[in-house]
Design a binder for this molecule. Structure first.
Ligand SMILES: Nc1ncnc2c1ncn2[C@@H]1O[C@H](COP(=O)(O)OP(=O)(O)OP(=O)(O)O)[C@@H](O)[C@H]1O
Length: 807
């Protein structure tokens, strides 16, 4: 008889078994029989080993296992055997008694998976392994021509020398070469578009710094007579960016540049930090301000000392993202306020601004991706803007009136799409990370993008060492204990599953918008400065603009919600001409078509290849966790994958006191979670393992997030094709938990876009959706998404057997 996806775990090693099957539903008599039988077998005195076991849904009939989210018997590739769904009885395997007893009935990872549509070029795969193809010439690297340097573009010698000697930037990149002269010599608005990692930040910062410097320095660098620029001279430039992290990063780059002009000052005003101290800094005086739109609007409304009369530049970095996040109104307000003030030709202290700074207010828009909403932003903020791109051909395309520029990925970025069945996602991720860090020094940092904060939390918990980090003993001499950075206590931890003999320590980090700002800042710092190999598990909060040069690998474990987001995510690697690799996880089926709309050459890869490499050697299971099978050199990668999955499932099923003998409950059906209030059998409920709770929450949020892919891409990301039972396995769950369809998730991705859209349709925005200038993974799912999920859930509950082939 075909096992149809059932893994029968006859040999499970000596690890403690952590869960018992709960017998629910059906007739009381059936449940008692089933429980009795399970008990007998547990003590080795089974009287009826070969009998069919209890099936709660079909008492008295042949059993169903717990595969496929409660459904077992018909695979989507199998023909229906009767009306009304459900497989024919002959296809239903028998569940061995002891497997039910232990709760270790688990669907096999390697059966019942959908077939791939992709045609893999195995010959090519081989060639790739043996003799790597010539790497593509980097497309976002600094220009190598001898003749190119910053001074020749018009930047003062002082700054050019500082860049070359202190910041190791001798030659500009293509976008810098095309932007700097324009912004120095002209006063027109500009729209900078160039691929990720191409140096757009310095492309707009350097001309601004150069022109502010020119207020007090002559062209030869000597100081102007009787001219003093100090903190009170006025605010000359405002740079807006969508996230706090990006604002801090821009400020860090600018501070480095300003070290050669120490009298110029920049600061940030961003959400999540003390407004009081921001006000104090503004009061002291600042020349360049970097802000998130929400917080700047707030200060413009409430901080009198913030005078925008002298402002000459407004830069909107990642403008499209700000529009997506729903900051259109804030940006309108900011632009309106800046333009409303009469342009001052002299500042209050009599410093002449005219003739040195732009004669009009200049707006610079900056993005690697352009969409309709950026054009709209352009309409709000730009007037006769020049469109500056990195290459001539792009500029020509623009001159010809091409409305939509193709999003390009850095040419040197190696992109792969791994087709992974839902059930195998978690083990494949671990296999990939394990092989990534197998060789010392080959990869130092990897980023894993996940769709929502709950899922980030779960994957962080599941991948980090479960053993609590031991606190250091207090010093014997009574001195105060050494300070540990409390901010990263819950966001940074070692990850033993992905270590290797060459890399015995890999540090895991997590980041999302629901974390407090000091935690976010400290976590990002830890990741950027980590000397050990490091992994960052994150939402799209880290997808825009973030510049950690040592990132060698980006894994899109959950595909992005829209193509531009994908471009930004993969752009966290292969920056400024460096090499990089991006791996996209796709499910077999409609998702496989997604690569046709993405930029660059994407090589498809089978998950088997990833697992073979990753699980060629044993996974380092953390101590004191269930180990389904002691390691054996001869184990195959498939067995290792099965055991690894089982290990996670067991970890999730662990409950406090599971390892202790406890026969005190006389009624097996009013077990730890019995509802019988007042019943003599009622017991104190035993809480589920926090990891299990987290897995359920992550699963629910993941499914909700899945429903929020942009409309144009829903043909690839089709809710109705998702197999919830299989997907649950990727969260270590043996079945899909309920409660997916109802309500909204507070921590699901793509909030403001939909929230604002809804608001437009249904009246004023709720206060909670406003000014989330930083929390781009906080918010609610749009109604349309909720409706699609509800439809899916209804279909599931109406006919669980037809769940496989919805739509
Ligand atoms: N001329 C240069 N020479 C060497 N490195 C440079 C140069 N210009 C910028 N870089 C480096 O390139 C990296 C990417 O720069 P930046 O963050 O400005 O890119 P970007 O185009 O804004 O990317 P994204 O679109 O992803 O935000 C940074 O590490 C920066 O220090």
């Amino acid at each position: 008889m075909a096992d149809d996806g059932m893994l029968l775990n006859f040999e499970l090693g000596d690890a403690p078994l952590t869960s018992q099957v709960k017998f629910k539903g059906g007739r009381w008599r059936d449940r008692v029989k089933a429980q009795k039988s399970a008990k007998e077998e547990a003590s080795g005195i089974s009287t009826q080993p070969s009998k069919a076991r209890y099936d709660p849904d079909r008492p008295g009939k042949r059993p169903r296992g717990n595969d496929d989210g409660g459904y077992m018997g018909r695979h989507n590739k199998m023909p229906r055997t009767g009306g009304g769904g459900g497989g024919g009885a002959s296809e239903i395997p028998w569940v061995p008694t002891h497997a039910m007893k232990t709760g270790l009935v688990s669907s096999s990872l390697f059966t019942s998976n959908p077939e791939f549509k992709t045609k893999f070029d195995d010959e090519n795969d081989k060639t790739n392994d043996d003799e790597p193809a010539e790497p593509a010439k980097p497309s976002n690297a600094p220009l190598s021509e001898e003749a190119e340097n910053f001074h020749k573009l018009g930047i003062s010698k002082r700054v050019a020398q500082h860049l070359a000697t202190k910041l190791e930037m001798k030659a500009p990149t293509a976008i810098q070469k095309n932007t700097i002269p324009t912004l120095i010599n002209e006063d027109s608005d500009a729209f900078l578009q160039a691929e990720t990692g191409s140096g757009k930040t310095l492309a707009y910062l350097l001309p601004i710094v150069h022109r502010i410097m020119a207020l007090s320095l002559n062209e030869d660098g000597t100081p102007k007579k009787d001219v003093k620029v100090d903190r009170k001279s006025g605010l000359f430039a405002i740079i807006l960016a969508p996230t706090r992290e990006l604002c801090k990063q821009i400020a860090a780059v600018l501070e480095k540049v300003l070290r050669c002009v120490p009298w110029l000052v920049c600061t940030t005003v961003i959400g999540g930090e003390s407004k009081h101290s921001e006000k104090a800094r503004l009061r002291k005086g600042v020349h360049i301000l970097i802000a998130t739109p929400g917080r700047l609007t707030d200060h413009l409304d409430h901080t009198k000392v913030l005078d925008v009369g002298t402002v000459r530049w407004l830069v909107l970095d990642e403008g499209d993202r700000m529009m997506e996040m729903g900051f259109e109104d804030d940006i309108r307000m900011i632009v309106g306020k800046i333009r409303a003030d009469k342009l001052q030709e002299k500042n209050e202290e009599g410093l002449v601004l005219k003739g040195v700074l732009p004669a009009r207010r200049v707006t610079v828009l900056c993005s690697a991706t352009m969409k309709m909403n950026v054009q709209k932003l352009g309409e709000i903020s730009l007037e006769d803007a020049v469109h500056i791109t990195a290459s001539k051909s792009e500029m020509e395309k623009d001159a010809e009136g091409s409305t939509e520029m193709a999003f390009t990925a850095p040419a040197q970025l190696k992109q792969t799409a791994v087709i992974v069945p839902a059930k195998l996602r978690l083990v494949t991720l671990i296999g990939l990370l394990k092989s990534t860090f197998a060789r010392k020094g080959s990869v130092m940092k990897a980023i894993v993008f996940i769709s929502c904060a709950d899922s980030v939390d779960f994957h962080y918990e599941v991948l980090k060492d479960p053993a609590p980090v031991e606190s250091p003993p207090p010093p014997a001499d009574g001195a105060p204990p050494k300070k540990v950075d409390i901010h990263i206590e819950t966001t940074v931890a070692p990850a033993s599953y992905i270590t290797s003999p060459a890399n015995t320590r890999v540090m895991l980090h997590k980041l999302h918008g629901s974390l407090a700002q000091p935690v976010r800042t400290a976590t990002l710092k830890s990741f950027a400065e980590c000397k050990d190999p490091a992994v960052l598990i994150t939402t799209d909060i880290a997808s825009r603009g973030l510049d950690v040069p040592a990132v060698d690998l980006v894994i899109e474990y959950d595909p992005a919600f829209a193509v531009p987001d994908h471009v930004h995510r993969i752009g966290r690697t292969a920056r400024a001409g460096r090499a990089g690799k991006a791996v996209l996880f796709l499910l077999p089926g409609s998702e496989e078509g997604y690569t046709s709309v993405l930029a660059g050459t994407i090589t498809p890869e089978r998950y088997e290849e990833v697992l073979k490499k990753g699980l060629a050697s044993a996974v380092n299971l953390p101590a004191n966790t269930p180990n389904p099978n002691s390691e054996n050199e001869r184990q195959t990668w498939m067995t290792r994958a099965e055991n690894l999955q089982l290990h996670f499932e067991q970890r999730l099923l662990a409950k406090p006191g599971d390892n202790e003998e406890d026969d005190s409950n006389p009624n097996p059906f009013k077990g730890p979670k019995g509802k019988g209030k007042g019943s003599k059998f009622a017991q104190k409920p035993v809480p589920d393992d926090p990891l299990l709770v987290s897995a359920r929450q992550a699963f629910r949020s993941h499914i909700r997030a899945y429903a929020t892919h942009v409309k144009e891409e829903r043909t690839f990301f089709d809710m109705t094709q998702l197999h919830l039972g299989h997907m649950a396995k990727a969260f270590g769950l043996r079945e899909a938990p309920g409660g997916i369809g109802g309500g909204t998730s507070r921590r699901t991705h793509r909030p403001a876009l939909s929230a604002k859209k809804n608001a437009a349709a249904s009246g004023p925005a709720k206060p909670s959706t406003k000014k989330q200038d930083h929390d781009d993974d906080l918010g609610v799912v749009d109604e349309d998404a909720a409706r699609r999920m509800k439809a899916k859930m209804m279909m599931m509950s109406m006919n669980s057997a037809s769940e496989f082939n919805l739509g």
